[in-house]
Design a protein around this ligand. Structure first.
Ligand code: COA
Length: 268
């Protein structure tokens, strides 16, 4: 694949493991980045990338040139330029990173969509077994990649919303509400977004979206949890089939990753 740009801090694999948070995330911080293909994606790894869409979105024509006709049409439907530019950058980066794993051209990739709209690779690239999921919030996009594993990622910009208690009452399970309302008020905003991103990452991993009732599973809301899927109903064994973990998302953001199976490591 043609060489794209990556900032100096993006390929951290060869650095001494002094900062595990950074090593676990590949961070695309600006348009001037470079990825040398092929990128390795071993079976027991899940690789998480983070992109600063605010720094990338000004290069709109470059990103649009990588998109398919239906993606360009979708971009054109956004009312605000900022949303159009963020979408174009996020989708073009998805294509760029996937193409590096597949040693292909970003423009050559095609996607299939499940009945609930979860995208996956279409043939012939589907045969690689590469799976992925994407999330964006505010000026950040996060991506998770693996081989042959269902996975979901969710990032949220942490913002003060006076309604968090009402939203928690409506969407969180009884167990989650008990944890949440036991916290002092000043700890509730971060706890709310930890709970939300963890629930969302599980929904996205299963691909069910909101067709899976939010009351049918519990997540832990503790900071830094690496095994946060606490219970599933009606099948309690389902919880052990997944690993749900917080992932670093940068200042002002919270993210979670959920992957089928427990025999994998997070790498960046
Ligand atoms: C897609 C969905 C699963 C998540 O949406 P979201 O959080 O608004 O958006 P995110 O940025 O995290 O994810 C969007 C990406 O997920 C992917 N996606 C779309 N449908 C998906 C699905 N059913 N499953 C997994 N991933 C999906 C796409 O790549 C999409 O990217 P795109 O918009 O660039 O095409 C949404 O349909 C949904 O059901 N959200 C539930 C919201 C909710 O009430 N959560 C309660 C938590 S307590």
């Amino acid at each position: 694949m043609a060489v794209q740009s990556i900032p100096a801090d993006a390929l951290l694999r060869d650095r001494p493991p002094t900062n595990r948070t950074m090593i676990q995330n590949m961070n695309i911080a600006g348009s001037d980045f470079e990825i040398s293909a092929p990128l390795a994606l071993p079976l027991n790894e899940v690789q998480v990338w983070r992109a600063d869409l605010e720094s990338l979105r000004a290069d709109e024509s470059r990103w649009l040139s990588l998109l398919s006709a239906d993606e360009k049409a979708r971009a054109a439907r956004f009312h605000f330029p900022v949303d159009r530019q963020r979408f174009a950058a996020a989708r073009a980066l998805l294509r760029t990173i996937l193409a590096a794993y597949l040693n292909s051209d970003p423009r050559q990739l095609t996607f299939l969509y499940s009945p609930k709209e979860k995208p996956s690779l279409a043939p012939p690239h589907a045969a690689s077994g590469v799976t992925f999921n994407v999330s964006h919030s505010g000026g950040v996009a996060m991506y998770a990649f693996s081989r042959k594993r269902d996975l979901g990622i969710d990032v949220e910009q942490v913002r003060r919303n006076s309604d968090i208690e009402a939203i928690a009452r409506r969407f969180f399970s009884t167990h989650e509400q008990t944890q949440f309302f036991a916290l002092p008020a000043e700890e509730r905003v971060a706890a709310f977004f930890r709970c939300w991103t963890r629930k969302e990452a599980y929904l996205k991993a299963t691909g069910d979206g909101l067709s899976l009732p939010l009351s049918q599973f519990d997540v832990s809301i503790e900071p830094g949890s690496q095994d946060a899927l606490a219970a599933t109903r009606p099948d309690p064994a389902e919880a052990a089939r997944w690993r749900l973990t917080e992932v670093p998302a940068g200042s002002g953001y919270i993210a979670a990753l959920c992957v089928r199976g427990r025999d994998w490591e997070l790498k960046g």
